[in-house]
Design a protein around this ligand. Structure first.
Ligand code: SF4
Ligand code: SF4
Length: 510
């Protein structure tokens, strides 16, 4: 049976704070993971009978483990600075999508069980029992947060709602209330090596097909190597790059860059996924398990450098967590970390982002472009949340903003910036990040895209922008789906390396 028709909210003339519509999104809930999936990744198969007790126990565990979470629970002064900063609140008007209200879903329970006033006088301090009704609200609204961290940028105390959301999801997983989409992905990556469940032989076929396509298009033998021992570079890229549009065009771009610069590289069938949904679920253990595949693969293949493709949260995990998760990039003291440190070439950043690789090569004069090949495009750039607000690139502050833009300007003539309150660190989420990219959450995804779509519409109307580049697999998939709801063609979105691919001179064209 078809569900209610999903409609995009109308564009606003002036981006004002929306009128409140209490409960507007209360019914928006993702499908629950089934028993097999839950148990397959080490969680309870279904909601435990004593779920309340288990949830409080887990909350206590997380509060003890993560001091930041305890600080976030204690320090909000309800100043209101974050209230209108969330794209999901802007798109829905549901007051529970205000970041402060989202945090309050957990904070009220925290007060009840972990503070003296909350234990003695709950109603006086807004403390709440963890009832089934409260749990229902958690399941709705903590899956209406893309963990984008925009709200935290505006909070005078730096309270990170994303971390609160991660803790809530970790608690729900623990009691047996997992989200189908994210947990199925974690099951697939643990079993097969990528989020899509694409086995090694299928991956090999896909890469061979790409070699043939590129040869036909350019006349050049650009290789897409797989499991090549002794290659210099191991490329870890989101599995969407292997088959989805427009992602695949960026993969072609990476291959052309390596070809043109004469760099030997390989993909891995064992670690064929850059994405790491353990981050979205707040599970350090899960994140580590996914990341260890990359370390094992790097050791097995004997590479000197690890490069990460266009994927926002993958880059965050690689940049910020790989060192402590796996000893990759430094920090590990176990024998495998030490071996890897000896193996990797210290003259490169470990890991490197593909944009850092390409920009370094451009600066060294090792890549040549025909910029006019992109003249049919007027381009803007969408900063992806996890790159913009949770990582860096290059050697200068703000490199994560400047490097992708520098590449675009090096390969294309027509570039336009979107409204400044929507770019760089203030960027708006695409609406599909943080484990929300599933069709059962399409309504919130469409509504949450409103602020980005408004900024795009502005440059489209005034400057003729017809291409929005981004360096995130989730942003690409989300925009492809939601652009038509706002009257745009789905092909308006694409990768930075798609633009590189269009303009690069391979030097040996026939
Ligand atoms: S989606 Fe982003 S802005 Fe909204 S509450 Fe979550 S982290 Fe904050
Ligand atoms: S901006 Fe920070 S302190 Fe102010 S209401 Fe939001 S979370 Fe609380």
């Amino acid at each position: 049976m078809a569900g209610p028709e999903i409609k995009a909210p109308p564009f606003r003339d002036i981006p004002t704070i929306p009128a409140l519509i209490p409960g507007a999104m209360a019914a928006s809930k993702p499908y629950v993971a089934n028993q097999k999936v839950q148990e397959g990744i080490g969680f309870r198969g279904e909601l435990a009978e004593n779920w309340q007790e288990l949830a409080i126990e887990k909350m206590g565990d997380l509060l003890g483990k993560y001091r930041s979470l305890k600080v976030y629970m204690d320090s909000c002064v309800h100043c209101g600075a974050c209230t209108d900063k969330c794209h999901y609140f802007i798109g829905t008007g549901d007051p529970k999508n205000m970041p402060v209200a989202r945090q309050e879903l957990m904070r009220s329970v925290y007060r009840r069980y972990f503070t003296l006033p909350g234990k003695l006088f709950p109603s006086l301090v807004g403390a709440k029992d963890l009832t089934k009704e409260v749990l229902d609200d958690w399941y709705s609204y903590f899956w209406q947060c893309s963990e984008c961290r925009r709200c935290s940028l505006f909070c005078p105390y730096g309270i990170d709602t994303a971390e609160v959301t991660m803790a809530a999801r970790a608690i729900m997983d623990h009691i047996g209330l997992g989200q189908k989409y994210s947990n199925e992905i974690l099951a697939k990556v643990n079993k097969i090596g990528n989020n899509l469940g694409l086995p090694g032989p299928a991956l090999e076929d896909t890469l061979q097909g790409l070699e043939e396509d590129v040869k036909e298009e350019t006349g050049v033998d650009v290789k897409f190597p797989l499991d090549v021992k002794g290659a210099d570079v191991l490329l870890i890229t989101p599995s969407a790059d292997f088959f989805a549009e427009p992602h695949i065009d960026s993969l072609i771009g990476y291959a052309k860059v390596f070809h043109a610069a004469g760099i030997s590289w390989t993909l891995s069938s064992y670690a064929s996924e850059a994405g790491n949904f353990g981050l979205f679920n707040g599970s350090y253990e899960m994140m580590q398990k996914v990341a260890m595949r990359i370390r094992d693969s790097a050791l097995e293949l004997g590479v000197k450098r690890i490069v990460v493709g266009e994927c926002g949260h993958a880059w965050r995990v690689a940049y910020a967590f790989w060192n402590t998760l796996t000893g990759l990039g430094g920090g590990g003291t176990d024998p495998f970390s030490i071996e890897l440190q000896k193996q990797l070439d210290p003259t490169f950043r470990q890991p490197s982002h593909i944009c850092e690789v390409t920009w370094d090569l451009i600066q060294q004069g090792k890549l040549k472009f025909d910029k006019s090949a992109n003249d049919h495009r007027t381009i803007t750039f969408h900063d992806s949340c996890n790159v913009a607000r949770a990582s860096r690139m290059g050697d200068s502050p703000g490199g994560q903003f400047d490097i992708p833009r520098n590449i675009i300007k090096a390969v294309a003539n027509n570039y336009v910036e979107m409204e400044k309150s929507t770019v760089r660190e203030k960027t708006f989420c695409c609406g599909g990040g943080g484990g929300v990219l599933t069709d059962d959450l399409l309504d919130i995804r469409v509504k949450g895209a409103l602020p980005r779509m408004e900024a795009l519409k502005q440059v489209s109307d005034h400057d003729g922008v017809n291409f929005m580049a981004t360096i995130c697999a989730i942003c690409k998939a989300q925009f492809t789906k939601v652009l038509p709801y706002y009257g745009f063609n789905m092909r308006v979105v694409g990768g930075v390396h798609q633009l590189v691919s269009t303009a690069i001179k391979l030097g040996d064209e026939q």
